[in-house]
Design a protein around this ligand. Sequence first.
Ligand code: BG6
Length: 484
Amino acid sequence: METSPPSVAGFVADRPAPGDPVPQTLLLLGASGDLAARLLLPGLGRLVASGAQPGLRLIGSGTDDWDDERWRRRVADSFALVGADGPRETEVVRAARYLPADVTGEEDLRRLLAACHGQVVIFFALPPAITARAAAALARIGLPPGTRLMLEKPFGTDAVSARSLNDILAGLVPEDQVHRIDHFLGKSTVVNILGLRFANRIFEPVLNSAHVACVDIVFDETLGLEGRAGYYDGTGALVDMVQSHLLQVLALMAMDAPPTLDARDLRGRKAQVLRATRVWDDDPVRWSRRARYTAGEVDGRRLPGYADEPGIDPARGTETLAEVVLAVDTWRWAGVPFRLRSGKALAGTRKEAIVTFKQPPRVPTGLTGYEQPDRLRIGFGPDRLGLDVNVNGPGNPLELDQVHLMADFGPGELPPYGEVLRGAFEGDPTLSVRGDTAEDCWRIVEPVLEAWRAGAVPLQEYPAGSPGPKDFLLTPAPGEMRRH
Ligand code: BG6
């Protein structure tokens, strides 16, 4: 049974006139950090520009000794990055306040909450350990009724810390008011997986082990560390990308059709499939890879080796590329490997989910040149849908050739952070990660992390700007395929 969370003594909620929208305050903890400037505030700017959240107040807080003016400049600059500088956005900037605070201290948190008006949305743009301490302090002082919490990834640092953070949050607000952010769930192409799978007859009937040989979910970037040593060196590619974003994509690719897209149905389906997911053969030594980049050139940019980047402790052995093969133990997917990979400073960008179909049971004698299986590709940037299919080629009609059909997905109205913020402002947790799922995502990768910590999987190297270590297991991209 859900219990009512305690309320803050002395907090008086604004009372809107009947029919008026409830005023809201976004309280951003960790406001002076990089995440706020690069992703969150631009997303907020676009959301406000779209006409949503009239009268929104924005309060930033952090340990940096900023004043309102400096914060307003930061907000205005971030809004301007995405062309969000109309009258609504200017209003938000003008009313924005910055309160320096130790967000793990009860007195400071009381002061921050007292400065909020209306319904409060608290965004924890903080490292996991600080988030846990701030949440524990909030649990001691209580929250205004109806408060919603938004938490950045990584959610905890392992299954045990994720569970204990979930326990603290459960004492603060009901689960539906907790928004564990995974901005991939706000990407329009990721959400498009649902339309593609469940609003068509042609793919869903063959998305199962009878027809699919394997599924690859790949997120290769040309970006290197980009000055994020403080965050990344303690995280690495497996936790930064696979444990969070790519498992969410896997869930959408592998789940059964939900009857509706409301939070309970959709998150229930995702939870089922992730509960059935584990490392292939339970053998993380055989079925995982890790590597980090050495010096090289990417897109004409010279990058130092990861280990030589400022702020990096090479002895930690943090990987910049991770690959893991997973099994989804359901009737639909038993026996089909799901191969997840993400890497930084690679030769090219490759961001897609690829379903590779099995060979046809028999290609008729007389049709020659069958080389490649059919593939369905869902691109996450550029956002598009691709289909590699075998057809009779030009010239000799009995000689097969493969064609690549491609369609662009329409761009989303909002950037991913705008989308996830909208979910929290509207009280709709559909696009956020449910508490048990956050724990399951740790349970899935923990055997790999343990094997890596024990040194059972060597840390390979690849020059920045190269395609990555040679012996990786993934399906080649179309350009790399052997053509006949
Ligand atoms: C972030 C990771 O969550 O996602 C980054 O921390 C990564 O390392 C980024 O580059 C990729 O997402 P996007 O939206 O830039 O494609």
